[in-house]
Design a protein around this ligand. Structure first.
Ligand code: DP6
Length: 392
């Protein structure tokens, strides 16, 4: 009987990098070879939710993800728990809760491992929830980093940089908020989900092979600090044209070093390249960038654009990549938007073939806030500390 059970339930956001992390200088501590910068997305559309409970009657640490029990053998999971417990120990060496086992239950409101940064939201949420449960103050990004590198940026809302740091122990490899979500409220994101299958080469494995084999990779690293400065400036000044150019160039460079990896890694599919072509055609008609694409370790495109341009861009996306059943309500999820037919001018200037069913669905969202603490009524665990909903 779990009589002394204490629990905490929180949510954490997804982030999509505009200057990407790719490569580690320390595999164990997850220390990167370059600094990176991302935009945190809205949690109404994309978030992880986690409940952590502790109780003296629990006999082992256990975890369930999307209703399925997970192995606790993962070194990353153990490292994160150890780091939190170390912080508690530093505060009070004989804290009785240190010997209590944890039950963790987590779920995402979007497909796991679809190249939608689910591990980032998941680890950020786990670490944030643990920090609330154990009353751990101060920086938690360096703990989230040890779960998954990109997770350290999901502990803040708005625009977030992960400073690579120089110390061997990683103490200065932390995330810092560059600007809150309220700084650029007009910024929107359209995630074009091409596939929600699990990716064939994980980011962890892919970046390690790149570091070991790509001859172009050292050249990429040389330009990173300058790119970071330019990106921060474009965000501070809300200069969408440069923000878009830097974003697209960094994504293109990442996928170039992936192709230069041996054996080569290619995350983008034909439809991803078609999306790139459509974006460049549209920007060229406008004589400035009104939309930017970026791709992570998968074929899904993440488009950044301003609110006023969402209807125009969506009219083109839905014309060139329509759903099979023409059901726009199901096709475009998230923030509401009216989809109008494209203008004759845009259609004439973009010489592309229609590809039905190439995009599965679209998530329309905006810049989002920090992780949130939820009320106890939102718990994912029952009074015995077992998942309320399980698929086993
Ligand atoms: C392409 O954070 O998933 O999304 O640290 O090994 O867990 P690990 O890798 P991960 O890599 C993310 C790579 C990326 C770029 C980015 O988010 O910056």
């Amino acid at each position: 009987m779990a009589r002394n059970m204490k629990s905490s339930t929180c949510t954490a956001p997804v982030n999509i990098a505009v200057i990407k992390y790719w490569g580690k200088r320390d595999e164990e501590l997850i220390l990167p070879t370059n600094s990176s910068l991302s935009v945190t997305l809205g949690q109404d559309q994309l978030r992880a939710k986690t409940t952590v409970a502790i109780d003296p009657s629990f006999t082992e640490d256990r975890m369930w993800l999307n209703g399925k029990e997970q192995s606790m053998k993962s070194a990353r999971l153990r490292n994160v728990l150890r780091e939190i417990r170390n912080k508690v120990r530093k505060r009070k060496a004989d804290d009785e809760t240190l010997s209590w086992k944890v039950h963790i239950c987590s779920e995402n409101n979007f497909p796991t491992a679809a190249g939608l940064a689910s591990s980032a939201a998941g680890y950020a949420c786990l670490v944030f929830t643990l920090s609330k449960l154990f009353h751990v103050d101060g920086d938690i990004s360096s703990i989230a980093r040890q779960g998954s590198g990109s997770a350290c940026r999901s502990v803040y809302g708005g625009f977030v940089k992960w400073v690579m740091g120089t110390q061997k122990d990683g103490a200065d490899s932390i995330a810092v908020q560059v600007a809150p979500a309220s700084h650029w409220p007009e910024l929107r994101t359209l995630i074009l989900v091409v596939s929600d299958q699990k990716k064939h080469t994980s980011s962890t494995e892919g970046m390690q092979t790149t570091v070991n084999t790509s001859q172009l990779f050292p050249r990429r690293l040389l330009g990173m600090e300058e790119k970071m400065e330019q990106m921060e400036k474009s965000i501070n000044e809300k200069d969408f044209h440069s923000f878009a150019e830097l974003t697209m160039k960094d994504s293109n460079q990442l996928h170039s070093v992936c192709l230069d990896t041996y054996p080569p890694i290619s995350y983008m599919k034909d439809v991803s390249h078609q999306i790139v072509r459509m974006v460049h055609c549209l920007n060229s008609i406008c004589e400035r960038n009104i939309v930017a694409y970026t791709f992570d370790a998968g074929p899904n495109a993440c488009l950044y654009l301003l609110e006023k341009d969402v209807p125009r861009v969506l009219s083109l996306v839905t014309t060139f990549f329509p759903p099979k059943d023409n059901n726009m309500e199901k096709f475009i999820q998230g923030l509401p938007v009216d989809v109008l037919p494209p203008s004759q001018g845009d259609l004439a200037a973009i010489p592309m073939e229609k590809q039905t069913d190439a995009i599965r669905y679209i998530i329309h969202t905006q810049v989002g806030a920090d992780p949130q603490v939820l009320d106890n009524s939102e718990t994912l665990l029952d009074s015995q500390g077992m998942p309320k909903y399980s698929i086993e």
